[in-house]
Design a protein around this ligand. Structure first.
Ligand SMILES: C[S@@+](CC[C@H](N)C(=O)[O-])C[C@H]1O[C@@H](n2cnc3c(N)ncnc32)[C@H](O)[C@@H]1O
Length: 219
């Protein structure tokens, strides 16, 4: 959801209540397993990941969330969990953080909504330390006839689902990005709404590339 979607932000937790209790916990556990250090929750929404981060003092959590209604709910969830987290009003395409400043970035159901996903992935690459992990859980376009149905429904879905794109090929974008090594990738069940889950590791940039960035003047 880019911008403010007051109705969607109010309905989000009630609509997600059943999947959050049944199928999502194992995937959300995957996103946080064995993390430590500085971690960014990209597009935190109402703070669905926060209960999974709570009770991990080895994690210094930061979050961004551009929708004010979502952000307010995330702040109140963090407060009730006693979870220290700084939630910034920012979009994934322009992160208010320094280069190489995170040990991990976590994204759940966000790349379907971010208006410019390629720019956001570049920002993930920029803020991750070399060797840092990008962990994701996303829904993607189905194959075959269902994929064609996704294409057909996508404009209406975008309107009612707060800017979400039903038919994005997010998995292809993640798997083919040279800046990351593919550590783990699975396509999860669900013919009508396939999901992907996985981990990319930030490759170190070559010294030559760093040198060029540092020394070539910007005109
Ligand atoms: C479907 S919700 C997912 C929220 C949460 N991550 C979860 O797992 O429930 C998508 C979220 O992406 C946020 N969003 C929209 N545009 C964004 C952008 N440009 N950058 C980062 N997040 C964005 C929305 O406001 C919304 O909270």
């Amino acid at each position: 959801m880019s911008g403010a979607h007051p109705i969607v932000s109010r309905l989000y937790d009630p609509v997600m209540a059943i999947p959050e209790r049944t199928m999502l916990p194992e995937h959300r556990e995957y996103l946080v397993a064995d993390l430590s250090g500085r971690v960014l929750d990209l597009g935190a929404g109402t703070g669905a990941m926060f209960p999974y981060f709570a009770g991990h003092p080895e994690i210094e959590l930061h979050a961004i969330e551009p929708d004010p209604g979502m952000r307010r709910q995330a702040e109140s969830k963090a407060h009730s969990l006693g979870l220290p987290v700084e939630i910034s009003d920012a979009g994934g395409e322009s992160l208010p953080y320094e280069d190489d400043s995170f040990d991990a970035v976590v994204a759940s159901y966000v790349f379907c909504t971010i208006p410019d996903p390629a720019a956001a992935l570049s920002e993930v690459a920029r803020v991750l330390k070399p060797g840092g992990e990008f962990r994701f859980l996303e829904h993607v376009r189905a194959d075959g006839v269902v994929g064609e149905l996704h294409d057909l429904l996508a404009p209406a879905w975008h309107t009612v689902a707060g800017g979400c794109h039903l038919n994005r090929e997010t998995g292809t974008m993640f798997r083919t990005d040279e800046r990351f090594e593919l550590v783990d990738y699975s396509q999860l069940s669900g013919r009508t709404m396939p999901m992907i889950r996985g981990t990319l590791e930030r490759r170190p940039e070559s010294q030559l590339y760093r040198w060029i960035l540092d020394w070539v003047p910007v005109w």
